[in-house]
Design a protein around this ligand. Structure first.
Ligand SMILES: Cc1ncc(C[n+]2csc(CCOP(=O)(O)OP(=O)(O)O)c2C)c(N)n1
Ligand SMILES: [Mg+2]
Length: 317
């Protein structure tokens, strides 16, 4: 049984991510947000459950669906929103947008639009930690679609061979854009495939934040004690919104609302809200709403990068 204080922490983080993304969806049609946005609404529990098991000096690598783990790990909200608005004060100086969030000071080591590419980056970081004899751990977040990439298996193999302090977190929302896992694989048993590389693997169902947190915490303790590594978790979850953009997409026909219903009914934001006292809930919500309002005002008021910034911090000929 966890303490009320921990439930309040989880609720604050879940509610904050949900509300930030709802605000992004609300603002998006105004075209003030210049970046494509891949919302995690419905999937927040994975990021929060995992990141609440980490220390500030642990690091995470992730994907273009980046808002939830960026915020859950402690990434700066003002810099995130400024980045989405393309402003000079954004976390990537307004040049990266939502798909390239980074806050290295808080252990958010960067994202990429190219599926699977940060998995080997995360493994390399874990290798460096091992060589430096540090006891921090690395988390690599990726979608089920990334497990279709060859680099995923190369990364598993190297991490297993070197027994690296890394936790692979597959956010299995069943779809790579509009294509279901079962249309992409004859054998969709991801954990079985990972075990073939000598890596312990566990599936966690129902988007269950408490179970995710408990299991990841146990594994983090083992990694810090240099007892094994790597580990793999397949967290079953569900994306409520369209693949990219602020809207619903049940009219497209590749999935039905019936399929989504059980996930919406099992919403972890509501679940945690029910586990804390009404006064605490009200206090948390008021504080979070105020923080978000201030961050939006900031993002709107900040300047765009100067023209001479166009060719700095970018690669090219
Ligand atoms: C190497 C590569 N191939 C294809 C794409 C196009 N693409 C963008 S997102 C995506 C689906 C990835 O699905 P998943 O990993 O399950 O993540 P989710 O969007 O569900 O979070 C694809 C195929 C890409 N960006 N990079
Ligand atoms: Mg997916």
């Amino acid at each position: 049984m966890m303490s009320k204080a921990i439930y309040e922490r989880f609720y604050r983080s879940l509610y904050r991510i949900r509300r930030v993304e709802e605000e992004i969806a609300r603002i998006y049609p105004s075209d003030k947000i210049k970046s494509p946005v891949h919302l995690s609404i419905g999937q927040e529990a994975v990021s929060v459950g995992v990141c609440e098991a980490l220390r500030p000096d642990d690091v995470v690598f992730g994907t273009y669906r980046s808002h939830a783990y960026y915020l859950a790990k402690g990434g700066d909200l003002k810099k995130m929103l400024a980045e989405l608005y393309g402003k000079a004060t954004g976390c990537a100086k307004g040049k990266g947008g939502s798909m390239h969030l980074i806050d290295a000071a808080h252990g958010v080591m960067g994202a990429s639009a190219v599926v699977g590419t940060t998995i080997p980056n995360a493994v390399g970081y874990a290798y460096a930690l091992r060589l430096q004899r540090k006891d921090s751990v690395v988390v690599s977040f990726f979608g089920d679609g990334a497990t279709d990439e060859g680099v995923f298996y190369e990364s598993l193999n190297f991490a297993a061979l070197k027994q690296l302090p890394i936790i692979f977190i597959c956010e299995n929302n069943f779809y790579a854009i509009h294509t279901h896992l079962l249309s992409r694989h004859k054998d969709a048993n991801l954990c079985g495939r990972v075990r073939a590389y000598g890596i312990p693997a566990e599936q966690i169902d129902n988007n269950d934040i408490l179970k995710i947190n408990e299991r990841v915490k146990g594994v983090v303790d083992l990694l810090r004690a240099k007892q094994g590594g790597p580990f793999f978790f397949e967290c079953l979850t569900y994306r409520w919104k369209e693949h990219v953009g602020p809207n619903d997409d049940f009219h497209l026909g590749y999935r039905s609302y019936e399929e989504a219903r059980t996930w919406v009914e099992g919403d972890q934001v509501r679940r945690l809200a029910a586990l804390i006292a009404p006064q605490s809930r009200e206090r948390i919500e008021t504080q979070v709403e105020e923080e978000i309002r201030a961050a939006i005002v900031c993002a709107e008021d900040e300047p765009f990068p100067e023209a001479q910034e166009l060719l700095t911090d970018v690669t090219g000929d």
